[in-house]
Write a protein that binds this ligand. Structure first.
Ligand code: EPZ
Length: 418
């Protein structure tokens, strides 16, 4: 599993280029199955989740080549509509492969993803939407069997603006007969990136980034070459790393508007921030201010994927903060680890609301990552803690960060992965 060894106290100072977005490459790799031609994708993050998605593509018959940060996929000869159970259990977002395979082959068998570290992670919105498009879905021994004589466009209203459900519907509707309208759609930038990729492939989709996405069915797609968007959560993570070490950073190759909710909260804590066309500069204050209330929301609200990292910041800020997680019931598994480092955090009975009283400093010790963003927040805690911190289960962090230890070391941190 690997572990990070961190000696706290160094400032994060310098410049860093941000890689492509994990939550963009996964749905885009799932969408190439729609295309019988070649798909070339640039700016691909070399993280473990990307390699799981590549394994799934290969297991259904795609030819996949990875050259540096470019992936070339030929999905002409797909010969298997069954997504293997292993990868789906390992990465529950593999459910995103359902829509594309069903959309092209009108048949797909996929393991029920089940929960993960973040909680139950139900897929009822996905299943209901596929049925509304005309699919029959049955569950046999933990597998979903989906079939459709044909898929017919229809109006689908999501009870909650689910990112994955919005994406699965977009994929399943590309070849559907007529028009599919998704209302209460998720508005994340990764949805816009998926729309842009699909349209570059010859699909006909509009409205991504708003709460209404309209997909008009097409007959054929064509070869595509595309560069995916930068990872807003990695950028946000490094901005927080700088803020808690009294540092100064320029994060490059980002789309600043994607981080509006994050940078505005960092300004509230006293950080000095300047945004440029595709970079953000941050200088930390001597002492961070608490944020009376931080609540996570679907985009463009403050992202759930930045909640744990901000908890690191607030645990050493001057004053009391309330953090309310509203998306995932299992988001707060890292709090018990923080408390081992001397953080003063009370998690209320609902498991979603935490009261944080800032302390002067955290103390290094051995802690355990229990999920991707919680693990990242513990690495950040090690950067600002006194003494040495060991963060175990590094593989959780490697799911979403390409060598976080190399990036942070380049920026002045004393960190190794062993
Ligand atoms: C995507 O997960 C991201 N993952 C998550 O990033 C991100 O935190 C999340 O969106 C919210 O922004 C990828 O893009 C691969 P949802 P997803 O469907 O699609 C409930 C990270 O760390 N729900 O928007 O699974 C669900 O339980 C990961 O990078 C249902 O009830 O999120 C949750 O409470 C973590 N039924 C809420 O909706 C459903 O059918 C939002 O989930 C689907 C979802």
């Amino acid at each position: 599993m690997g572990e990070y060894l961190i000696k706290g106290g160094n400032k994060i100072i310098g410049e860093i280029d941000i890689c492509g977005a994990k939550n963009s490459i996964l749905p885009i790799l799932a969408s190439v199955v729609l295309n019988e031609n070649e798909s070339i994708i640039h700016n691909v993050p070399k993280i473990s989740d990307t390699f799981v998605a590549i394994d799934i593509l290969k297991s259904i018959g795609c030819k996949v080549e990875l050259k540096g940060s470019t992936i070339i996929v030929n999905s002409k000869d797909i010969n298997n509509i069954e997504v293997p159970a292993g990868p789906v259990r390992e990465m529950r977002s593999s459910i995103i492969f359902l829509g594309g395979i069903l959309g092209r082959f009108k048949k797909v068998k996929i393991s029920y993803p089940g929960g993960c570290e973040l909680g139950a992670r139900p897929i009822d919105f996905h299943i209901k939407a596929m049925r509304q498009l005309g699919a029959t879905i049955t569950e046999e021994q933990g597998f979903l069997m989906c079939e459709a004589k044909k898929l017919i466009g229809t109006r689908i209203n999501l009870d909650f603006p689910s990112v994955g459900a919005t994406q699965n519907i977009m994929l399943a509707a590309v070849f559907a007969k007529g028009e599919t309208i998704i209302s209460n759609a998720a508005k994340e930038p990764e949805i816009v990136d998926l729309q842009n990729f699909l349209n570059a492939m010859g699909a006909s989709i509009k409205g991504a980034g708003t709460d209404m996405v309209v997909i008009s069915g097409v007959q054929k797609l064509k070869a595509v070459e595309y560069k995916i968007m930068p990872d807003r959560i990695i950028a946000g993570t490094y901005l927080v790393a700088t803020s808690i070490t009294n540092g100064e950073i320029l994060v490059k190759d980002v789309i600043p508007e994607h981080l509006n909710a994050i940078t505005s909260k960092l300004i509230e804590t006293g950080c000095d921030i300047k945004t440029f066309e595709n970079s953000i500069w941050l200088k930390a204050p001597e002492r961070l201010r608490a944020i009376h209330r931080l609540k996570t929301y679907p985009y463009p609200g403050f992202p759930t994927d930045m909640g744990p990292q901000f908890m690191t910041l607030l645990s050493i800020a001057n004053g009391n903060s309330i953090v309310e997680e509203t998306i995932f019931e299992g988001r707060n598994k890292h709090i018990s680890e923080f408390m081992r480092m001397g953080a003063n955090i009370v998690l209320l009975k609902d498991g979603m609301t935490s009261l944080i009283t800032g302390v002067k400093n955290l103390n290094g010790t051995t802690v355990m990552a229990k999920d991707l963003r919680g693990g990242a927040s513990l690495v950040l805690a090690g950067l600002c803690a006194e003494g040495e911190t060991i963060v175990q289960n590094a593989s959780f962090v490697e799911r979403g960060y390409e060598h976080i230890e190399k990036d942070l070391k380049k920026l002045g941190a004393n960190i190794v992965l062993r």
